[in-house]
Write a protein that binds this ligand. Structure first.
Ligand code: FAD
Length: 541
C-alpha cells in the first residue's frame, strides 16, 4: 500500500458511496492502534487526525515499553501484569523499534538493595516467559562499571533490571503504515468538527482537510473518539452536557548529551522529592531525563515546560551524578499531557494509568487513559465494544501475531531466521543492531539507503550535530505522509527532541528538500521555516 496522501484522499472519495464500518477520530497511539486492529479484522476503516500522527502526547513519552515499576510500588498488580504481557507482544511484533534496556536502581541506603531487589524479582516473575532478562543485585564496583558517572560517595551498590524502550513517533508512523497495508485509510491534517446525526444517533462525522480547506461528510457505522487529552471536547461536541472525564497532567523531559551517562544502562531514581520515580535513559545517543507530574487546566497542542519543572529535574538527577547537569547543558526540553482518567482524588500522581471505554447515548464510543505500552490491548477492547454496539459482523482480533510495518517479520522472514512457529516469542526476535545507522527503519532501511546511493547528495548529514541524512526527509515525504517541516524534524526524524537548536538550523535545508518532493514553491518553504522556528523555540531550555 502506497502511503501517499493523494491515494488516501482518492480512497476516501471512492468510499463515499457506502458507510465505513469504523471512523476513528485521533491519530495518536490509541487511534492508530484501533485502526490497525479494525483494518486487520477486515473492517472498512478510516482514521482522521487533526494535525500529524502522534503530534500530541504520543510523541512526548519517556519512550519506555514497560510494566511500570512505579505501579508495582502502588500495588497495581493487574495493570503491571497486563502491561508486561503487552511489552512482550510489542517486542515480538516490532523488534526493529523495541529494544531491551537495562536499568540500574542505585542504592545509597542499606535497605535499598534488598527492598528493590525483591520488588524487581516480583516484576521478573510477573513478566513470566515474556521477560527480557533476570534482575540482579550489583556490587558497588559493578554498579560503577556500568554507570561510571554515578556519584560514588556513599554508594553501596545497585539493582539491575530490564524493561523495553522504543521510539514513540516512529512506532506511530509504522502503525499508520500497518493499518494502510491492511486496507485502512489514514489522513493527517483532517480535523473532525462535527457529527452527522439522525434522530440523535451518530451516523458519521463532518471533517475539514486543513491543507486544502475542503470539507467532507463521512458516514460510518461506528465512530470512535480516541483523542487523548481532547476527549472531553469531542464528548461535548456530541452532547454539550457531557461530563468531563479527563484530568490532564503535564510531564516534562530534558535531553542531555550522552557524556552525562555514558554506557548502555539507564538509571531509575526510585524516590523523588514528590514521591515519584525519575528516569535517565539513553536514546538515539543522547540521554532523556524525566518526568514531572503537574496538574494543568489549559490543554495546548504545544504544551510548554515550566521553569520550575526543568529545575526540579536538574536538581533530582544532579544528586546522583558526579557532574550535575546545568540548564546550559540541555539540548532540548519537551512537555506532554497525560490523558489521565479523572477520579475523585485531586492528586494526579495517585490516578492509575488505566483505560476507560464509554458508550454515549448517541452511540459515540470513547476510549481514553491507558499508556503507549498497552495501546494494542486498548484497541482490541475498543473494537470488541464497537462490534457489539454497532452490530458489526464479529471477527476475531489478530494483532497479537500481526507484524508491524518495518519489522520484516513476515512468515517468510521468520522462516529465513529458522525460527519455528512455536518459538516465535519475545525471546527470539530477528536481531536488530540498535547501534547501526538508520536501524529504526527496520526493513525499510535498504530503501532509504538506496535513495542516498542514487543521489549521493542525499547521503549528506542534515546537520553536523544530528544523526540524520537528507535521504530521510525525501523518504518521509514519499512514504510516510510527511507534510510539513515540523513533521519531518519532530516525528519522522526526532531532530527537535534531540537538539532544538540544531533542528532550527536544519529547517531551511529540510524545507528545500520537502518543497521539491511535495511540489511547493519557495514562499511555502519560507513560511514553513518560520512556523517551525516558532514551535521549536518552545523546546529551547
Ligand atoms: C510525559 C509522559 C510520558 C509518558 N511516558 C510513557 C512511557 O514511557 N511509556 C508508555 O507506555 N506510556 C507513556 N506515556 C503515556 C502515553 O504517551 C499516552 O498514554 C499515549 O500517547 C496517549 O495516546 P492517545 O492516542 O490516547 O493520545 P494523543 O497522542 O494525544 O492522540 C490524540 C490525537 O487526537 C487528535 N485529535 C484531537 N481532536 C481531534 C479532532 N477534532 N479531529 C481529529 N483529530 C483530533 C490530536 O491531535 C491527537 O493527535 C507518557 C505520557 C506522558 C505525558
Amino acid at each position: 500500500m502506497d502511503m501517499n496522501r493523494q491515494v488516501m484522499l482518492s480512497m476516501l472519495d471512492a468510499g463515499a458511496g457506502r458507510p465505513w464500518d469504523l471512523c476513528i477520530i485521533g491519530g495518536g497511539a490509541t487511534g492508530l492502534g484501533i485502526a490497525v486492529d479494525a483494518a486487520s479484522r477486515g473492517y472498512r476503516t478510516i482514521l482522521l487526525e487533526q494535525y500529524d500522527f502522534a503530534k500530541g502526547t504520543s510523541s512526548r513519552a519517556t519512550k519506555l515499553v514497560h510494566g511500570g515499576v512505579r505501579y508495582l510500588q502502588q500495588g497495581n498488580i493487574k495493570l503491571v501484569t497486563e502491561a508486561l504481557h503487552e511489552r512482550g507482544i510489542l517486542r515480538k511484533n516490532a523488534p526493529h523499534l523495541v529494544k531491551d534496556q537495562s536499568f540500574i536502581v542505585p542504592n545509597y541506603k542499606w535497605w535499598e538493595g534488598p527492598y528493590y531487589g525483591i520488588g524487581l524479582k516480583v516484576y521478573d516473575w510477573m513478566a513470566g516467559s515474556l521477560g527480557l532478562g533476570p534482575s540482579r543485585i550489583l556490587s558497588r564496583e559493578e554498579t560503577l562499571e556500568l554507570a561510571p558517572t554515578l556519584d560514588a560517595e556513599g554508594l553501596r551498590g545497585g539493582v539491575l533490571y530490564h524493561d523495553g524502550q522504543f521510539d514513540d513517533a516512529r512506532l506511530a508512523i509504522n502503525l499508520a503504515q500497518t493499518a494502510a497495508e491492511q486496507g485502512g485509510v489514514l489522513l493527517n491534517y483532517c480535523k473532525v468538527d462535527g457529527f452527522i446525526k439522525e434522530a440523535s444517533a451518530i451516523k458519521g462525522v463532518k471533517a475539514t482537510d486543513t491543507l486544502t480547506d475542503r470539507s467532507y461528510e463521512i458516514h460510518a457505522k461506528a465512530v470512535i473518539n480516541a483523542t487523548g487529552v481532547f476527549t472531553d471536547t469531542i464528548l461535548k461536541m456530541d452532547d454539550a452536557g457531557a461530563e468531563s472525564v479527563i484530568a490532564p497532567s503535564q510531564g516534562v523531559h530534558i535531553m542531555l548529551d550522552k557524556s552525562f551517562l555514558p554506557g548502555e544502562a539507564a538509571i531509575l531514581v526510585p524516590h523523588t522529592d514528590d514521591g515519584r520515580v525519575l528516569f535517565a535513559v539513553p536514546w538515539h545517543d543522547k540521554i532523556i531525563i524525566g518526568t514531572t507530574d503537574t496538574l494543568v487546566k489549559e490543554i495546548l497542542v504545544e504544551p510548554r515546560a515550566l521553569p520550575e519543572e526543568i529545575d526540579f529535574i536538574l536538581q533530582q538527577i544532579g544528586r546522583y551524578l558526579v557532574k550535575p547537569p546545568q540548564r546550559s547543558d540541555i539540548r532540548s526540553v519537551y512537555a506532554g499531557l497525560r490523558p489521565l482518567v479523572k477520579s475523585k482524588s485531586k492528586k494526579t500522581a495517585e490516578l492509575a494509568r488505566d483505560h476507560l471505554i464509554l458508550v454515549a447515548d448517541s452511540g459515540l464510543i470513547t476510549i481514553t487513559g491507558g499508556k503507549w505500552t498497552t495501546y494494542r490491548r486498548m484497541a482490541e477492547d475498543t473494537i470488541n465494544t464497537a462490534i457489539t454496539k454497532a452490530g458489526l459482523v464479529n471477527r476475531p482480533c489478530v494483532t497479537p501475531d500481526l507484524p508491524i510495518h518495518g519489522s520484516g517479520r513476515t512468515k517468510a522472514a521468520w522462516k529465513a531466521f529458522g525460527v519455528p512457529d512455536a518459538a516465535q516469542t519475545a525471546a527470539s526476535p530477528p536481531p536488530t543492531d540498535f547501534h547501526a545507522p538508520l536501524y529504526y527503519y527496520g526493513s525499510d532501511k535498504a530503501a532509504v539507503l538506496a535513495l542516498a546511493r542514487e543521489d549521493p547528495s542525499l547521503a549528506e548529514l542534515l546537520h553536523p550535530a544530528l544523526p540524520y541524512i537528507k535521504a530521510e526527509i525525501v523518504w518521509a515525504a514519499r512514504e510516510e505522509l510527511c507534510m510539513t517541516v515540523e513533521d519531518a524534524l519532530s516525528r519522522r526524524t526526532r531532530a527537535l527532541f534531540l537538539d532544538a537548536r540544531a533542528a532550527i538550523e536544519s529547517a531551511p535545508v529540510t524545507a528545500a528538500l520537502l518543497a521539491k518532493e511535495l511540489g511547493r514553491d519557495a514562499d511555502w518553504g519560507r513560511r514553513q521555516i518560520e512556523e517551525f522556528r516558532k514551535v521549536a523555540e518552545g523546546y529551547l531550555p
